[in-house]
Design a protein around this ligand. Structure first.
Ligand SMILES: Nc1ncnc2c1ncn2[C@@H]1O[C@H](COP(=O)(O)OP(=O)(O)OP(=O)(O)O)[C@@H](O)[C@H]1O
Ligand SMILES: [Mg+2]
Length: 290
């Protein structure tokens, strides 16, 4: 549970529009406190602290190597912080989750998953595997008619019904990405965490995917986007956290955080930001309009 000060701090960043939305801010979905995390010999996080409240759509922005994918692994329980006093990772207020229970709260869509996904699985299998949080479908797994219908429904919503029988290996990157989103959505999670959701997609596929993310937020899902692509931050994302070398260097309302100066510092190169219809785009600072 958040302290009153935490709630006010997040309220300021997230501009709640209703009393019910205010209530949702009382609960943190993600609460990382003083986490020290190693990958092999590398100390990626050295006391990382980050809280994200329900309903607070957030982008975590950082350059290559900042620790974004490591953060996802911390949330998916593939990595744990070093055990020490006051160090924890809580999801919906709890440190321990059984993977079955967690699926209906938190859906994680990572690029690692896309790379490690069994190439021979067909589209339907990819979506159905979400019920077991497995990679691929296995003989011992059984699905009820209701689960199959829900998987069909999800495929229809994502516009991929026509690819249900195609092998994952024979799909384009954008098509694969949608199936992996479908894999998370069969469990109807309250929160979705996505790692660079539109990387590798062409413009049409990118815009379509962004539209899907926007619809999910309109449907009261909380979205946490982890990325270095400024253009993939939809207008509904209200909070931006900057991550650099495993540390949070800025955290606040999007319009305050996304400035030329802050992004130039973050990416260690002169950047000029352009803004249109709720979206930002970064160009080299030498490209300023005449
Ligand atoms: N398997 C690994 N073993 C050791 N160190 C690793 C491993 N994977 C990542 N690292 C290191 O951990 C740090 C954070 O990596 P991470 O993949 O989380 O960065 P990222 O922000 O996701 O970068 P990118 O934008 O390139 O995806 C980097 O310094 C990286 O070299
Ligand atoms: Mg990464």
């Amino acid at each position: 549970m958040s302290t009153v000060n935490d709630i006010y701090a997040q309220l300021e960043q997230c501009e709640p529009r209703s009393v019910s939305q205010f209530r949702r801010y009382m609960d943190n979905i993600i609460e990382i406190n003083n986490a020290i995390v190693y990958r092999g010999p590398n100390r990626v996080f050295d006391g990382l602290t980050l809280k994200i409240a329900e309903g607070c759509n957030t982008a975590i922005l950082g350059p290559n190597g900042a620790g974004k994918s490591t953060l996802l692994k911390l949330l998916s329980r593939e990595l744990y912080p070093v055990h020490q006093n006051g160090s924890y990772v809580r999801i919906y207020g709890r440190e321990r989750w059984d993977v079955w229970e967690l699926r209906s709260h938190l859906g994680i869509i990572s690029n690692d998953l896309q790379q490690s996904y069994a190439a021979h699985a067909v589209g339907t299998d990819v979506i159905l595997s979400g019920y077991y949080s497995s990679i691929g479908r296995w003989k011992h797994q059984h699905f009820t008619d209701q689960q199959r219908l829900r998987a069909d429904d999800v495929a229809r919503t994502l516009g991929i019904s026509n690819l249900k029988d195609r092998r994952f290996a024979a799909m384009s990157t954008g098509e694969q990405r949608r199936f992996l989103l479908g894999r998370a959505l069969v469990n109807d999670p309250d929160t979705l965490v996505m790692d660079e959701p539109t990387s590798g997609l062409d413009l049409k596929a990118c815009f379509q995917y962004l539209d899907i993310i926007r619809r999910l937020m309109a449907d009261s899902k909380t979205v946490v986007l982890v990325t270095h692509h400024i253009h993939e931050i939809p207008p509904e994302i209200s909070r931006v956290v900057l991550l650099s070398r495993g540390r949070v260097t800025a955290d606040g309302e999007k319009s305050d955080i996304l400035s030329d100066r802050r992004l130039s510092d973050l990416f260690d190169t002169p950047i000029h930001l352009m803004y249109r219809n709720g979206y930002y785009q970064a160009v080299p600072a030498s490209c300023t309009e005449s």
